[in-house]
Design a protein around this ligand. Sequence first.
Ligand SMILES: [Cu+2]
Length: 473
Amino acid sequence: MVSRRQFFRGAGAVTAAVSAASVSKVALAALPEPVLQARPDTMPPLLPGTGRPYQPVVTLNGWTLPWRMNQGVKEFHLVAEPVLRELAPGMKAHLWGYNGQSPGPTIEVVEGDRVRIFVTNKLPEHTSIHWHGQRLPNGMDGVSGLTQKAIAPGKTYVYEFVARRPGTFMYHPHADEMTQMAMGMMGFWITHPKSRHPQISEVDRDFCFLLNAFDIEPGSATPKIMTMLDFNLWCWNSRVFPGIDTLNVRLGDRVRIRVGNLTMTNHPIHLHGHEFEVTGTDGGPVPRSARWPEVTTDIAVGQMRQIEFLADEPGDWAFHCHKSHHTMNAMGHGVPTMIGVDHSEVVKKIGKLIPDYMVMGERGMADMAEMEMALPANTLPMMTGQGPFGGVEMGGMFSVLKVRKEQKPGDYSDPGWYRHPRGEVAFEWAGALREPRRFAAEGGGSMPSQAPEGASTELRARKPGGSGNKHSH
Ligand SMILES: [Cu+2]
């Protein structure tokens, strides 16, 4: 891929050189060669070889689409087509996307760029592309039926407009949207500022990804497109944990993360160990005076959010959607809550009939992560991912921000697990435990089963060993 990219960049440079001299009609009429991506890896930032300079972004488990300059116009070629996307090692899905992957490649341009996008439809049905959030001529807005004819299978359409407003945008079909978005058709668009912008910081790392979701029955590979809410695979850029790459940064880096939501529900995105500010929304940069610190920001359907922070705490920091069901992989929601239910008798009886019978959830659901039950082909454990201390018991919309002193500028490779300084890891208490008197009197229960006769309702709460804690109740 790198070599193909370099080839493309080289080709772009040649095209630019040619156009500076004299352009043949053939060269002008030809479409830019579509560049395809075969892998779901996070590609290193694509440094602009032609056009105006900018600080590129890194698309999590994605890539940026190369372009060519054609007489001052930045030309891209998107191909809408069926793709095979690996959601995580062990599971591949038949999706629809662009240029070999779902989501499609990120498009990066500079404020003021004139942009021409060729869109070729290799799907079995018509499509269109809407450039979500952009200021553009109405007829370029991509709403089939309303602002253009739908692009029939086999046809290529051209969109052309000036990227007027710097910011974070998305693209997606506006034709049979329910099907095409449920199948994974979407992509990111970044318009970089043309010069220093008072409300847009220069950052050391700039990541982006889309929130998307699929409903794929265990054992199958194609999403159920009629699902409205009960999705079972909650993705960042069509990947689920542990298939989502970590965000690797250098200690002291100023980091920006851009997130767009094209699922059917909101996602409160939460970062551990740091506070961030929302520095941009769908509508552009947030004035500095209007920003406030957060550790979680909710991203509604159709919204984009840019968060920024100083990565000044070394470690492996969880970064995830805070809806606990969204940090899970394929699961049935029809499972009753079994916590506290003793199944031993019924299991003995069923075991005589079905030797492999297994009860889930008596002690919570963490057993699921350790469960070695055979899975149907092409699905993922519900909670998974191994950390340095054992199972992480997560899936779905979960990743890790890795902050390291040794990470070199511009190095996005995974530094491995954090090595905690001595004395900075939670540890098991090995000393004696004093049992509160009430526990023993109540036979080990933590709550009195009934108030003793004549007792007042006042509870005397004492913090254990609380010499320094003088809160009274
Ligand atoms: Cu969520």
